[in-house]
Ligand binder design. Sequence first.
Ligand code: SF4
Length: 377
Amino acid sequence: MWIGTGSSIVAWRAMKTTDDPGTLASRYWHRLEDGRVQCDLCPRECKLREGQRGFCFVRANEGDAVVLKTYGLSSGFCIDPIEKQPLSHFLPGTPVLSFGTAGCNLGCRFCQNWDMSKSREIATLADEASPEKIARVAEELGCRSVAFTYNDPVIFMEYAVDVAQACHERGIKAVAVTAGYISPEPRREFYRHMDAANVDLKGFSERFYSNVCSAHLEDVLETLVYLKEETDVWFEITTLLIPGENDSAEELGEMSEWVVENLGVDVPWHFSAFHPDWKMRNVRATPPATLARARNIAMERGVKFAYVGNVHNEAADSTWCPDCGEKLIGRDWYELTSWALGPGGKCARCGTTIPGVFEDAHGNWGRRRLPVSMKGR
Ligand code: SF4
């Protein structure tokens, strides 16, 4: 067992009910009249008998209480460009220490990280790392932020919150990459500790969410509105376009109108390409033209910063001043190719302020991915 320095770390530690490595008592559950316990962390509200695991597989009923089984356990660490999350308006060009655990609370048939999100091999999660160790290693390696990614941090919320707190003590930011499928009370706790997030808006129909993702659209929209109206978290959204599933002009138009009306015109929106994977190997990859069309639809409805992802398209990957048309941040996939943003995140030509978290200088990490082992550190 390790000792954290943050008050939350001590608080979570105090709730530890077992000496099993990786097991930590959860705060979000209640007992049902029929003797089961209900996990209240996400809208799935799994009802569990003793010994049963939830849909996400990493929460379980042990000792008549809900516990998290992956505290401090990771499927591996890697230094990525922040653009890979993707975040285009948050400390551009800087390196981020990324990690995930196992399991997921959605059941997306197209999952691009299914080896981790569907993993039932908690025992083989390779890298054990305390929150303090992660923060220290991130600082030593020059990372400006730590990202909870690869699988959804909602399901390992207590670990993510403790890591975020340990990072903040060293001036390192915390980034969540998530589907936004979380219940209201834990949502407040979770986002209180995050500096930035990329939230998937996977489609704009209940049919798509329930048939393809085993989830519900309304809960995700609630999270996005919560982020916009009640937090200072910098957030961007991502839509993975799947041919024939969520890429119709009608659906994209409705989604764009909802985004403009509820989140405003300044939220950066990433349209990324699907590759056949997991249970959707019979669907073709997204043609680049589909991404460009989606970006156009969003911008026609008023979205100022729409991007394409997982393809080379420098024009559609770059940030342009919405007022004078100047190219401010050139990007090719994850790599910065030019920089013309002035001090304070303003367009150097016309002075328009670009929304985001910018410093006067950009990072130079490039497109590299560098695996990091925590062993011996
Ligand atoms: S976090 Fe996991 S166990 Fe809890 S409700 Fe969601 S899927 Fe079920």
